[in-house]
Design a protein around this ligand. Structure first.
Ligand SMILES: Nc1nc2c(c(=O)[nH]1)N[C@H]1C(S)=C(S)[C@@H](COP(=O)(O)OP(=O)(O)OC[C@H]3O[C@@H](n4cnc5c(=O)[nH]c(N)nc54)[C@H](O)[C@@H]3O)O[C@H]1N2
Ligand SMILES: Nc1nc2c(c(=O)[nH]1)N[C@H]1C(S)=C(S)[C@@H](COP(=O)(O)OP(=O)(O)OC[C@H]3O[C@@H](n4cnc5c(=O)[nH]c(N)nc54)[C@H](O)[C@@H]3O)O[C@H]1N2
Ligand code: SF4
Ligand SMILES: [Mo]
Length: 735
């Protein structure tokens, strides 16, 4: 697509990212956006989050200057300061803490995969602390990545972009037409459905793609591992597997076969609540409709069986002969290969779980415990870059109380959030049209190299990367002198050493191109002569997990907080709760102050079967309380006749910018008030249980949330200004 003067191509990061848009700039302001129809991943599409970027950039509540706290922590009293004062104060405080207590007393926290994450890793390594943590590491891609790398030495994805179309896609614990999870973008599953691909969907909720599916398996939340093992059992027992692949390229097939016999059809149907016939039909479809691929999500990662469930599911495309075949479940190109960072021996990383992610993050709740108890040593400072931990981490009250005890707390964000409101210093972050960056998408399978570029300056906002560089410089640390441009050029040089077609690409060229897609190859294990695993084979039986003292074969066990494992608690909290389903308007806890988005989805919704509502005297639209043994929140009822009456599904990520300082209503509707870190974590990785826990509900007769919203500026009677949602609405996705 040709550009006119004043137009720039830039990759959007309104979600994990991957769409490329053309931004029009006039007098130093972004004034228009149109999706790039030639861009490889979005092919001319944009969603409403991307289209709202101008409204986000010039929003009256946006943080535009650094600020320091002047009242007591969390009192909401701030004073504007210069960047020099902010950076000098941070450099000085970190320097003192490092000198007096060792760098490990400083922790850094981030959230989902944003542009700054690799740079935050680099900064913490330079600072000398192993204690970098993330709201998502253990419950979002971590278990799936580990499953991929320990089983096949690679991470795989659906071959949406090749010449051969997938004939069958298994969508498991994912809602891809909304979440476009992990950079796969929502357009492709929808296109495949239109072009006749058959879908099998494993989800307790009837999602958009489940509506279009050949087969919808309404699994009991948290029972996915049993289902995967049951499917493997049928495929093995009935000889539906790919004999050539099993004989030549796999390790531990016999052991897997024996293990799977524990998951016979009757038992699996009882555990999962799925009729036997549907399970058999799914196994046959997976094995016979080819090529088949797996589109999986974070649902089963947020469970007690996260690690072993991810492994069992990952085996399904391989055992049926769909691994790295055209149109199948293809190996990531790993353009910028993820190295296993060495785990720092001393001082110890705060993570007691044996099976760490590729990037060995500290366990967030071990960090917070160390803030409170000083065990195994005291965490004194926290640097929060792109993270809203009071909303996104489990057990919000515990998180909130822990943050209050920090000696020094820095937050960098786009808007004031409930988390930033408790900081000592708040830094104003740049949005995607204000940041230079090169990245690969989809996450970890890496199909395309994409380019973000800074096209305008808003207020005094800076990119997180600039802040790390400045802090290093002021603290006299390594790397400080390098410009971001140099770092990006070096990254591109590294990539080109693996993909010769990229030779000569530098940042300047990338800015012109906007994207670059190296050629995909198939059957890479054959070309390499094996898999990147200890045995050189696709490991049904994992040597790596055995070495860590775990069970090398996948298994499933009843989670510790269900009506079956805790019948007495089940009487008090009779329903199974899911949290976290993604919505088109929001990205995790973001966008609640963006009028054009909020007006489409003004309140958090809790979904349930009409019988469940009736049983509790609740009707559509009523506000209800949702209670667990950990806490209570309120959300608005939406009836879903397709759900199982034993299940409740509440929205997550909710806080209320209109409630104002100091707490922004973080405790009112935030799903993580209900969750906990000590109701049993996955024993391998420490993943939290955010889906499949016990809850009770009752009517909230006196809720003020709607009234407050309707009297706030977020709900002005005037219609939303069309320029708030710049660009072509025709191309926005269906939602
Ligand atoms: N109950 C429950 N909890 C969950 C989940 C669930 O399903 N259920 N999902 C989990 C998952 S999968 C994840 S990944 C985590 C995510 O957890 P987080 O990443 O902490 O979630 P966000 O709400 O995106 O918070 C990040 C903050 O980053 C800010 N931000 C956006 N872009 C930038 C930037 O470029 N720079 C800076 N400095 N700030 C920026 C946003 O304004 C926002 O306030 O949440 C987890 N929490
Ligand atoms: N619009 C938008 N896009 C996003 C995000 C966002 O907040 N908004 N968040 C981003 C992030 S950080 C992530 S990790 C991805 C997540 O994207 P997805 O992996 O698609 O995650 P969810 O939408 O949370 O959940 C997917 C589905 O899991 C189902 N589910 C719940 N519990 C279970 C269970 O126990 N088993 C099974 N099989 N299914 C279950 C839910 O009903 C839901 O339909 O999306 C990313 N993209
Ligand atoms: S799906 Fe939406 S938010 Fe995500 S990259 Fe595309 S336009 Fe941006
Ligand atoms: Mo995530």
């Amino acid at each position: 697509m040709d550009l006119k003067p004043g137009e720039f191509r830039a990759a959007c990061r309104g979600c994990h990212g991957g769409c490329v848009h053309v931004l029009s700039v006039k007098d130093g302001k972004v004034v228009g956006l149109r999706p790039d129809k030639d861009a490889p991943l979005n092919q001319g599409h944009a969603c409403i989050k991307g289209l709202s970027i101008i409204e986000q950039m010039y929003h009256p509540d946006r943080l535009l200057h650094p600020m320091k706290r002047i009242g007591p922590r969390g009192s909401g009293q701030w004073e504007q300061i210069s960047w020099d004062e902010a950076l000098d104060t941070i450099a000085q405080r970190l320097g003192e803490l490092r000198k007096n207590h060792g760098a490990e007393c400083i922790s850094a926290i981030t959230g989902t995969g944003r542009h700054l994450v690799p740079y935050l890793w680099r900064f913490t390594r330079t600072l000398g602390t192993p204690n970098i943590t993330s709201a998502g590491a253990l419950i979002c891609l971590g278990p799936r990545k580990n499953a991929g790398f320990s089983t096949a030495g690679a991470y795989s994805c659906v071959d949406y972009y090749g010449d051969t179309k997938p004939e069958c896609i298994v969508v498991w614990g994912a809602n891809p037409t909304v979440s476009g999870a992990d950079g796969e973008l929502q357009w492709h599953p929808r296109r495949c459905a239109q072009e006749g691909t058959k879908f099998i969907v494993v989800d307790p909720q009837k999602t958009e793609i489940a509506e279009k599916a050949e087969l919808w398996l309404r699994v009991r939340p948290g029972a996915d591992g049993a289902l995967a093992l049951g499917l493997l059992n049928i495929i093995i027992q009935e000889g539906l597997y790919d004999h050539e692949f099993i004989d030549n390229w796999t390790f531990g097939f016999e052991q897997l076969r024996d293990r799977c016999t524990e998951y016979d059809l009757t038992r699996v149907s009882e555990i999962t609540w799925i009729p036997k016939e549907q399970i058999r039909q799914a196994a046959y479809m997976m094995a016979t409709v080819k090529p088949m691929a797996l589109e999986w999500g974070c649902a089963f990662e947020q469970s007690y069986n996260a690690t072993q469930t991810s492994r069992a599911i990952y085996m399904l495309p391989a055992i049926t002969g769909n691994y790295d075949v055209p149109g199948g479940f293809v190996e990531g190109k790993h353009i910028a290969p993820t190295k296993r960072d060495p785990i720092d021996a001393s001082p110890a990383l705060m993570n007691d779980f044996p099976y760490r992610s590729l990037k060995p993050y500290a366990h967030p709740h071990q960090i917070l415990n160390a803030v409170r108890t000083g065990q195994p040593y005291k965490i004194r400072a926290m640097l929060s870059f792109a993270n809203n931990s009071i909303i996104s981490l489990p057990d919000s009250k515990f998180v909130y109380e822990s943050l209050l005890r920090l000696e020094f707390f820095v937050c960098m964000d786009i808007f004031m959030t409930p988390t930033a409101a408790h900081a000592d210093i708040v830094l104003p972050a740049a949005l995607w049209p204000e940041v230079d960056c090169v990245f690969c998408m989809p996450e970890f399978s890496e199909h395309t190299v994409l380019c973000q570029q800074k096209v305008v300056q808003v207020g005094e906002c800076r990119s997180d990367e600039e802040v790390f560089i400045e802090l290093c410089r002021r603290m006299g640390l390594d790397y400080g002198a390098e410009s971001q441009q140099d770092l990006i050029d070096r990254e591109l040089e590294n990539m080109s050493s693996r993909f010769p077609e990229m030779k000569g690409l530098n940042f300047q060229k990338m800015k012109e191109l906007g994207y670059f897609t190296p050629k995909r190859s198939y059957y890479n294990y054959k070309k390499r002569g094996g898999f990147n695993t200890p045995s050189g084979k696709f490991e049904f039986c994992s040597n790596e997990i055995a070495q860590l003292g775990g069970d090398p074969l996948p298994f499933w066990q009843e989670p510790p907080l269900t009506p079956i494992s805790r019948p007495e608690l089940g009487r008090e909290y009779p329903y199974i709760l899911m949290t976290g389903g993604r919505r088109q308007q929001y990205f995790i806890s973001n966008n609640r102050q963006i009028k054009s988005l909020r007006r489409q989805y003004p309140f958090p919704l809790v979904r349930m079967h009409p019988h469940t509502a009736a049983e509790n005297g609740v009707a559509e639209g009523d506000w209800i309380y949702i209670r667990t043994s950990r806490g209570q929140i309120t959300q608005k009822t939406k009836l879903e006749p397709d759900m199982d009456p034993r299940v409740i599904n509440c929205d997550f990520g909710w806080w209320y910018p209109e409630a104002g300082a100091p707490d922004y209503g973080w405790h009112e509707s935030n799903a993580n008030v209900l969750t906990s870190s000590d109701n049993g974590c996955d024993p391998y990785m420490g993943s939290y249980q955010l889906r499949g826990i016990l809850c009770a509900i009752c009517k909230n007769e006196d809720c003020h949330i709607e009234q407050r919203y309707y009297s706030s500026a977020l709900y002005a009677k005037t219609p939303v200004d069309p320029s708030d949602c710049a660009g072509s609405k025709r191309r926005a996705g269906n939602f």
